[in-house]
Ligand binder design. Structure first.
Ligand SMILES: [Mg+2]
Length: 222
């Protein structure tokens, strides 16, 4: 099996939502810095960008010519951010999963890397495939999953692992159904990590929290 983990609200759960909230606040601050005006009107522009472009960054790039690295440099300044807590039980769980493990994130790699260092799980993760490597066009665009597969075609052999003959052996864990759907269409195995929402029939496994994942609970059909 090849394990792919979304980072935000998947590798850390909704009980640590303040982590993503701290980042969200910085994103609104960046919008304010870019468009001017007060925080409240910046927040409104952000909501509008989210609706029209899918992400705030996509809106900023299209409407304000924002450089994505400049955006991430600003929002990732550690002094304004909160990170997930140390999680030795997650480290044990991740290490118990057979096969390579990667992060597949719509953020830039330094955000998930810093978070994983705080959780103490970085030794269980073999690499991060981030939004920059996706040319800033993330999940759920099909191109993101295509690029992930292309990356695995290079990465796995370099680790002495063969690319899976059956796409079912690629497992994606995600808190967002919207981001799981394209993975399902490609034949990957999908794990929905979400304590609040219902899951449709095509989801292979639905767990409320990462720590509920047991390798035995995942039955890979053909
Ligand atoms: Mg997420």
């Amino acid at each position: 099996m090849v394990w792919l983990f979304d980072y935000d609200l998947t590798l850390y759960g909704t009980e640590e939502r303040y982590v993503i909230n701290s980042l969200d606040h910085r994103i609104s601050k960046f919008v304010q810095k870019t468009v001017g005006g007060d925080f409240e009107s910046a927040h409104k522009i952000r909501t509008d960008y989210l609706e029209r472009f899918g992400t705030t960054l996509a809106g900023l790039m299209a409407m304000n010519g924002t450089d994505p690295d400049e955006f991430f440099d600003f929002i990732h300044e550690p002094e304004y951010l909160t990170y997930p807590k140390k999680a030795p039980e997650k480290l044990a769980l991740l290490k118990s999963l057979d096969g390579p493990r990667f992060v597949f994130t719509n953020g830039r790699h330094d955000w998930s890397e810093a978070g994983m260092a705080h959780m103490g799980i970085e030794s269980a993760i073999d690499g991060v495939f981030d939004l920059k490597q996706l040319d800033w066009v993330g999940k759920p665009h099909d191109s993101a999953y295509e690029k992930m597969e292309a990356w695995l075609h290079e990465k796995l052999p370099s680790m002495g692992v063969a690319y899976p003959a059956n796409p079912r052996e690629i497992v994606l864990l995600e808190d967002s159904l919207r981001n799981l759907e394209p993975a399902h269409r490609r034949g990957w195995t999908t794990v929905f990590v979400n304590p609040a929402e219902e899951s449709p029939d095509w989801v292979d496994l639905h767990i409320p929290h990462l720590l509920k994942l047991g390798p035995n609970r995942l039955k890979i059909g053909t």
